[in-house]
Ligand binder design. Structure first.
Ligand SMILES: Cc1cc2nc3c(=O)[nH]c(=O)nc-3n(C[C@H](O)[C@H](O)[C@H](O)COP(=O)(O)OP(=O)(O)OC[C@H]3O[C@@H](n4cnc5c(N)ncnc54)[C@H](O)[C@@H]3O)c2cc1C
Length: 505
C-alpha cells in the first residue's frame, strides 16, 4: 500500500482507512519516528504491518514543512544527538534506509561574556571558563565520568549534586555550562533529573560521538523511512485516528479507527499493537474501549506503567523553539553554540552549515532552544526575544529575523517523559507495547532514545529483557553493545571521527 503524503503518493493511489485489510500481524499507532522504525523492523521480520497516523503526514515531531524557503521542523532541530555513530544512525544502516549525517567538527561553541568562543576539544574549554573554573570542571568531570555515583548521590537531583560543589555566584560560567547543556540536550531543568541519569547521558555523549545534522533535515529522514515502510509492503493510513485499543481478558486484540475525511469507523484486528503516542494517551485509548486500565505492566512487574514523573513532579519535557533567518553566518561550525550569558536561550544551531538547502539561497537558518519555565506563553516568548536582542543587537529584526516561535508541551512536548523518568515498553495489557520518547533507556537522549526504545521492544518480544526467562529465540539481542569507553579520549583533542557508513546517500 502507499501513503497519502503528496511527496510519496504513487500511481496506486493513496492509502486510506477504507483500503486497509481487516487483520494484520502488527498494528502501529502513530507514524512518528518511533512508529516508523518499529514498522520497518517488523516488516523486516516478515510481519504484515499497518501504521495508523491521525495527521496528513508521517514523521510526528521529526519532520518539517517548507516555510519562506526554510525547513521549519515540527519538533527536532534537524540534529541527531550522537550523530553518525549513534543508535539511530546504526538502525537506519541496518534497515538500509538512505541517509547522510554531518557530524559536528567541534566540541561546541559558547556565547559567553558577550562573544562566541569555539572549542574543538574539551581542553579548549579552558578558554571559556578561565583557569579556576576549568580546574573545578576537571574535578567534577572526574567524579562524573571516572567513578560510579555513591549511594548518597543516587537519589540526588542534578541541582542538589551541583549545589554541593559549586555556586552560581562564584563559578557563573561553569554553573551555566552544566545548566545550559542540560537544558539544550535533555530539555529538562537541573531539578527535573537525578544525578545518575546525568552520569549515564554524559558518558554516552562522550563515547558515541558528536551530534550531527541530517542531510535534508528531519523531513528527508522520515520521508525515507516512510518509503521503506510502504515499499516493504506496509500499510500507512494517514488522516486516520485511533479511537480505542480493543482488548479481551487483558489481552490487546486490535484497534478502532476513524477515517478523518470520510468519518467512517472501522475495527482492525492484530495480536500485537504497538503504540508510539506515549503512555498517557495510550491508557486513554485502552480506557476508551471500556476496559479497566491495569495499573501494572502485563508481566506483573511492579509499578504503574504510566506513573513515572521527574523528581520535580514534571510529567513531560517542554520547551520553546525559535527559527530565525540570518543574512550572514552566525555560527562557524556544524555543532551547537551554547549560550552561557543569556537569560533563557540555552543553545542555537545553524543547520544550514551542513546542508544549504535547509535555508533559502543566501540565508542561514538558525534554531534556538530553551526550557519553558512557566505556563505564561507571552512571558516565555518575550524572554526569548530579549535574549535575541542581546545576542544580535541592532541586527535583530533586520538582518536576523524570526520565522517562527513555538512552544512544545502537553500533547506535543519535547519528550513525552522527562529524561530518566521513562517507562518500559510493557503496558498493562498483554500484546500492547510502547515505543517512542517516553521509553528512552537510561542515558539515551531524544531520537537516540527513540531508536533504543524500538530495540528494547524487540528484545522484550524476543525474551531478552531481564524480567523474562532465557530468550525464546536464539537470535542476538537487538540492542547493540555500547561503543568502547576509550572513544571518550578522542575529545581531549577533537571529536571522534564520523562513522564511515554515514557519508553520502
Ligand atoms: C522543540 C523540540 C526540539 C527537539 N530537538 C531534538 C533534536 O534536536 N534532536 C533529537 O534527537 N530530538 C529532538 N527532539 C525530540 C524528538 O523530536 C522526539 O523525541 C521524537 O521526534 C519523538 O518521536 P516519537 O515517535 O516518539 O513521537 P511523535 O513524533 O510524537 O509521534 C507520534 C505520532 O502519533 C500520532 N498520533 C497521536 N495520537 C494518535 C492517534 N490517536 N491515532 C493515530 N495517530 C496518533 C501523532 O500525530 C504523531 O505523528 C525535539 C523535540 C522538540 C519538540
Amino acid at each position: 500500500m502507499t501513503s497519502v503524503n503528496p511527496a510519496t503518493e504513487d500511481a496506486r493511489g493513496p492509502s486510506r482507512a477504507s483500503q486497509l485489510e481487516p487483520e494484520y500481524d502488527v498494528i502501529v499507532i502513530g507514524a512518528g519516528l518511533g512508529g516508523l522504525l518499529a514498522a520497518a523492523q517488523f516488516l523486516r521480520r516478515g510481519q504484515r504491518v499497518a501504521v495508523i497516523e491521525r495527521l496528513a503526514h508521517p514523521g510526528g515531531r521529526f519532520t518539517a514543512k517548507t516555510f519562506q524557503g526554510a525547513q521549519v521542523s515540527t519538533g527536532a532541530v534537524h540534529m541527531l544527538p550522537f550523530g553518525a555513530n549513534g543508535e539511530l544512525a546504526a538502525m537506519l544502516r541496518a534497515l538500509g534506509v538512505p541517509h547522510a549525517i554531518h557530524d559536528s567538527e567541534v566540541f561546541a561553541s559558547f556565547h559567553v561574556r558577550g562573544r562566541q568562543i569555539v572549542t574543538r576539544s574539551i581542553l579548549q574549554l579552558a578558554s571559556v571558563l578561565g583557569p579556576r573554573q576549568f580546574a573545578q570542571f576537571v574535578r567534577l568531570g572526574y567524579d562524573m565520568l571516572l567513578r560510579d555515583p555513591r549511594p548518597d548521590e543516587r537519589a540526588q537531583t542534578y541541582r542538589d549534586w551541583l549545589d554541593q560543589r559549586i555556586t552560581r555566584e562564584r563559578s557563573p560560567e561553569l554553573y551555566a555550562y552544566f545548566e545550559r547543556v542540560c537544558h539544550f540536550a535533555l530539555s529538562v531543568d537541573l531539578d527535573d533529573v537525578l544525578y545518575p541519569e546525568i552520569v549515564e547521558s554524559t558518558k554516552n555523549m562522550f563515547r558515541y560521538g558528536a551530534p550531527g545534522i541530517v542531510e535534508g533535515g528531519c523531513a528527508a529522514l522520515t520521508g525515507e523511512l516512510e518509503r521503506r515502510v510502504t515499499s516493504g509492503g506496509g500499510a500507512l493510513a494517514l488522516e486516520t485516528e485511533t479511537l480505542a485499543i480493543l482488548s479481551e481478558d487483558g489481552v490487546a486484540r486490535g484497534v478502532m479507527i476513524r477515517d478523518k475525511r470520510a468519518g467512517a469507523e472501522t475495527i482492525l484486528r492484530a495480536n500485537l499493537v504497538i503504540s508510539d503516542i506515549g503512555p498517557t494517551a495510550t491508557r486513554r485509548l485502552v480506557a476508551a474501549d471500556g476496559a479497566n486500565v491495569p495499573a501494572e505492566a502485563a508481566d506483573g512487574a511492579p509499578g504503574a506503567w504510566d506513573e513515572p514523573v521527574a523528581p520535580s513532579g514534571r510529567r513531560v519535557a517542554s520547551g520553546l523553539k525559535t527559527h530565525l533567518l540570518a543574512d550572514y553566518s552566525v555560527i562557524p561550525h556544524r555543532g551547537i553554540m551554547y549560550c552561557l550569558d543569556t537569560d533563557r536561550i540555552a543553545g542555537i544551531v545553524q543547520p544550514s552549515n551542513s546542508d544549504r538547502r535547509l535555508a533559502p539561497p543566501g540565508k542561514h537558518l538558525l534554531i534556538t532552544h530553551q526550557l519553558m519555565r512557566s505556563d505564561d506563553v507571552n512571558a516565555e516568548r518575550e524572554a526569548a526575544r530579549a535574549d535575541l536582542r542581546y545576542l544580535f543587537g541592532d541586527d535583530f529584526g533586520a538582518r536576523v529575523r524570526i520565522l517562527t516561535m513555538s512552544q512544545y508541551r502537553d500533547e506535543w512536548p519535547v519528550n513525552r517523559k522527562p529524561q530518566g523518568s521513562d517507562v518500559s515498553p510493557r503496558t498493562g495489557l498483554a500484546g500492547l507495547y510502547l515505543v517512542g520518547d517516553a521509553v528512552k533507556p537510561s542515558g539515551y537522549l531524544m531520537v537516540e532514545g527513540v531508536a533504543q526504545s524500538v530495540n528494547a521492544l524487540l528484545d522484550t518480544l524476543d525474551g531478552w529483557d531481564a524480567s523474562d526467562q532465557p530468550p525464546a529465540q536464539p537470535a542476538a539481542p537487538a540492542t547493540p553493545p555500547k561503543p568502547s569507553k576509550l572513544r571518550a579520549f578522542y575529545w581531549l583533542l577533537a571529536p571522534p571521527p564520523p562513522h564511515p557508513g554515514s557519508a553520502g546517500k
